[in-house]
Every structure is written in C-alpha cells, then in structure tokens.
Design a protein around this ligand. Structure first.
Ligand code: NI
Length: 170
C-alpha cells in the first residue's frame, strides 16, 4: 500500500467525468487500498480516484477517520438514487487547499454502488456522511467545491492561488 500524490486545483483530471469501472480486478483493489492510505495520511474524510489522477468511478469515505478503529466505506460506480432535504454547511477539499466554502447539499441521500469485492451496496446516509458522499461523487463528475460557490468567491480563490504560484516561481 502506498500514499499517492493528491492532485490540486487546477489539475485537468479534476474537471473530467470519470469512467465507470468495468471490471473489479487486482489493479482496482490496489488503487482502493492506496486511496485509503492516502485519505488517512492527508488526513481527510473522503477521497475520489480523480484526486489521485485516476479518472475512474471509485470513492472512499470515512467520516470518523481520526478515530482508531474506524472503517472506510468503499464505493465503486456509486450513484445517488434518492435525496431528501437541503442543507448548507462548510466544506473543504484536499484538492482545493485553503478553501472553506459553504455548500448546499441534500440532507439525506441513498447511494447505490459496488463494494471492493463487487457486491451490491446500498447506503442510507445523513449528516456529514451524506455530505461527504455527495462531495466525493461530485469529483467523479468533474465537479469541485469551487463549482458550487458564487462566481465572486471563485474568482477570489483563483486570484489567491495564482498569486501564491507566482510567489513560488520567483
Ligand atoms: Ni474533495
């Protein structure tokens, strides 16, 4: 298992729609294991494959990642099949450093997908878990939190990042 490099905005892979996983083989399982390692190392509460440069529909989530005996949730080809309510809350993203944004999302979701072994999974989630699932599934569709905030805030963030990059290059 290995910790992978996390791709940061404005990396192209973060804007692409990820492809469905056709076959769950050793390579996909290795990717999943590495994504879990990378999430815990960051540390974060979720990670999507595009964030490690792989444009495939795989996510891992663990909202209790700071606790010792927590278990990661792995979903391959996840789909939101039902939503309920709407709630705004602050969110961050490992691929969008130094950005905390208020994002409106469904309060509850039902998500279907496959687990690490290809078995059908159906998850009913609310609270932070529901939010994390929606955030990671967004990544599979090329959507990041900057796409979910106002244009003004997005521009401010872009300026902040480009100034920072200019400083690094100097
Ligand atoms: Ni993210």
């Amino acid at each position: 298992m290995a910790v992978l490099e996390i791709k940061k905005f404005p990396a192209d892979v973060l804007k692409q729609k990820a492809l469905p996983v056709e076959q769950i083989d050793k390579d996909i399982q290795k990717l999943i294991d590495n994504m879990i390692d990378t999430m815990y190392d960051a540390p974060g509460i979720g990670l999507a494959a595009p964030q490690v440069g792989v444009s495939k529909r795989v996510i891992v989530v663990d909202i209790n990642s700071l606790e010792e005996d927590s278990e990661p949730v792995v979903l391959i080809n996840p789909e939101i099949t039902d939503t309920d309510g709407l709630i705004e809350s602050e969110e961050g993203c490992l691929s969008v450093p130094e950005c905390v944004a208020k994002v409106k999302r469904a309060e509850k979701v039902v998500v279907k997908g496959l687990d690490r072994d290809g078995k059908d999974v159906r998850i009913e989630a609310d609270g932070l878990f529901a939010r994390a699932l929606q955030h990671e599934i967004d990544h599979l569709n090329g959507v990041i939190i900057l796409d979910r905030i106002s244009q003004l805030k997005r521009e401010l963030y872009r300026k902040k990042i480009s100034k920072k990059m200019a400083r690094v290059q100097r």
